[in-house]
Ligand binder design. Structure first.
Ligand code: BGC
Length: 272
């Protein structure tokens, strides 16, 4: 088995890949040699942006195609996996990235806000993981001796462990991903399907623009990051390539925090 980060010959689906972290992961996996299905949630701008990601991959000599699916919808997820298999014949890697924020103080958070975030961030990751697991098991009814049968990578957040006031729905969804990931890792390891998470900290993407777009906001944000810089989407792309590749073959059931030390309780440095 190859011990490099080479993804030549592998097929990956990346959900929520039209922007932000998902986009960077799609570009990084393609650069490492994978053929990539670039998922986007809807038409309009998100469809255009997904096309732009595919064009960037093609311009760099890689292969990709865009596929629309709302990951919270069972029928959409099934259709997406069928489209990937019809296009590339197989599936090796799922990157479960699509996610949203919808903040509100608890006293005014609506049930709709709660459900939307849980349905996309946690329900969507369940639906995609189940569809991928089914595809891996259909392809390899017995665990193959000399290669993995599949790889599932959850994109979680530092908020799977750091509580987040005014974002109870989001933090609950990410906390849920932690045990969803570990339970599936335990369940699927004997089938040679690896399951891991990346927990990004503050990464410069549209989802948290207000936290970095002004000098003052960035100064406040950096107080939470011991390493002294905001993360870039490529920081997550590189970690994803490693976890998706056979270079990490013995790693399963793990959350890799890529956060510049955000989870190290920086306010305790010299205090407490
Ligand atoms: C959120 C970002 C936030 C980061 C660190 C992420 O999961 O999506 O908005 O900046 O966590 O708090």
């Amino acid at each position: 088995m190859s011990q490099t980060s080479d993804l030549q010959g592998r097929v990956a689906v990346v959900t929520g890949a039209s922007s932000g972290i998902g986009r960077a992961i799609a570009l990084s996996l393609a650069q490492a040699g994978a053929r990539v299905a670039v998922n986007h949630s809807s038409g309009g701008r998100s469809a255009e942006r997904a096309q732009e990601v595919c064009q960037a991959i093609a311009a760099a000599g890689g292969q990709a195609f865009a596929v629309q699916a709302d990951v919270s919808q069972e029928a959409d997820v099934e259709r997406m996996l069928q489209a990937v298999q019809a296009r590339y014949g197989e599936l090796d890697i799922l990157v479960n990235n699509a996610g949203v924020e919808d903040p509100a103080p608890i006293e005014s958070m609506t049930l709709e806000q709660w459900r939307r975030v849980i349905d996309i961030n946690l329900g969507g990751q369940f639906l995609c993981a189940r569809a991928a697991a089914r595809a891996f098991m259909a392809r390899f009814p017995e665990p193959p001796p000399h290669r993995p049968a599949g790889n599932i990578l959850f994109i979680s957040s530092v908020h799977e462990v750091i509580p987040w006031a005014f974002q109870a729905n989001y933090a609950a969804s990410k906390g849920g991903i932690s045990l969803l990931m570990k339970s599936l890792a335990q369940e699927l390891a004997p089938r040679k399907i690896r399951v891991n998470s990346i927990a990004p900290g503050a990464i410069r993407t549209p989802i948290n623009r207000q936290a970095w777009e002004t000098e003052e906001a960035l100064r406040q944000l950096l107080k939470l990051i011991p390493y002294g810089r905001i993360g870039e989407p490529e920081d997550i792309g590189r970690a994803a390539v490693w976890l998706a590749s056979d270079a990490s073959d013995y790693v399963t059931g793990t959350t890799l925090f890529v956060d510049g030390g955000m989870t190290l309780y920086p306010e305790f440095r010299g205090a407490g």
